[in-house]
Design a binder for this molecule. Structure first.
Ligand SMILES: [Zn+2]
Length: 313
């Protein structure tokens, strides 16, 4: 059970869940990857799958299961593929598209009726209401505890304050594919961080006067473009990592998350275009005492230079 604890001003929260200390690989038992095909019995029963086969048997291409060692009360794991090592930067593009479709599926499933607090009882089908966060931690340097690439879906009760950044203005564009731009915002907290968002100034959008889409309503073409620009951005970051003698002392790793703003109580989601975005944070640098003591992030890589470097790869 997740235990949310606030500081005495009630402005900041932490969450504790003692079950997480017994995570796979930390319990001293011989390691067997619970996300590899053939080991389906090692996870809780699956909630969704892409690909053929019976539930909880091999044959899947993407598999979603409840997180056995959850942080929040609703917490799922999305296993990216049956391959223990390959990840987004190595996949065929259709696998990246399927992954994005799975994100959309889980987002829609868990974000139903997000207008009130989780302190109310679960809905009839067991779904609770809250803010849905989708994120991916890749490699041990980013905080992942299992190597097999996977994303996570976590639902935070609406009465717990969170402080996700708002969509930052699109500047320092690295790449433009269809409706989407990848870019290094002027406000970049991490070296070479890359954001992906719909670019309202793209020529297609300007000519057709199209509004930004809701994340949950992305169409097939947009999903294809998003998959392509995401894979391209990660490949570029991997090259920056490999060519830098300092960064490459540690394995390549990154986090990304998708931020979809929650709507105020009583406001229909259709009434406000959602400024959702995907933010990739390469883990080339560590956070240290200054950041921990001040809350002010240190990034010595100028986003304009980072963008120019990434653009030229
Ligand atoms: Zn595995």
């Amino acid at each position: 059970m997740a235990n949310y604890i606030s500081d005495f001003t009630k402005s900041r929260f932490m969450v504790s869940n003692p079950a997480r200390t017994a995570r796979t690989g930390m319990d001293g038992k011989p390691f067997r990857c619970p996300f590899c095909p053939g080991n389906e019995i090692d996870t809780p029963p699956e909630t969704y799958r892409v690909g053929p086969g019976e539930p909880n048997k091999s044959g899947w291409e993407i598999r979603v299961v409840p997180n056995k060692f959850a942080i929040t009360d609703i917490h799922e794991v999305i296993i990216h593929s049956s391959d223990h090592e390959k990840n987004i930067e190595d996949f065929e593009i259709h696998q990246v598209e399927n992954l994005i479709k799975t994100y959309i599926n889980r987002f829609k499933y868990w974000s139903l009726d997000s207008s009130s607090s989780t302190s109310s009882p679960p809905q009839n089908d067991g779904r609770r209401k809250g803010k849905v966060f989708i994120f991916h931690n890749y490699s041990l340097v980013s905080g992942a505890s299992l190597i097999h690439p996977h994303s996570q879906v976590s639902v935070v009760p609406t009465d717990i304050p969170t402080s996700t950044l708002a969509l930052q203005p699109i500047t320092n564009i690295v790449e433009q594919i269809g409706d989407f731009a990848s870019y290094c915002p002027d406000y970049s907290e991490w070296a070479y961080e890359v954001w992906i968002a719909e670019n309202p100034k793209s020529e297609i959008r300007r000519s057709k006067q199209i509004q930004n889409s809701n994340f949950k309503d992305l169409n097939e073409n947009q999903i294809e473009d998003l998959a392509t620009i995401l894979q391209s951005a990660i490949r570029k970051l991997k090259k920056i990592h490999g060519s830098n003698p300092h960064y490459s002392k540690k394995p390549f790793g990154y986090n990304f998350y998708i931020s979809v703003p929650s709507h105020p109580k009583g406001v229909q989601s259709e009434a406000i275009p959602e400024s959702w975005y995907l933010r990739i944070i390469p883990r080339f640098m560590e956070r240290a005492g200054f950041e921990l003591s001040t809350g002010i992030m240190v990034n010595s890589i100028d986003p304009k230079s980072a963008s120019a470097e990434l653009k030229n790869i």
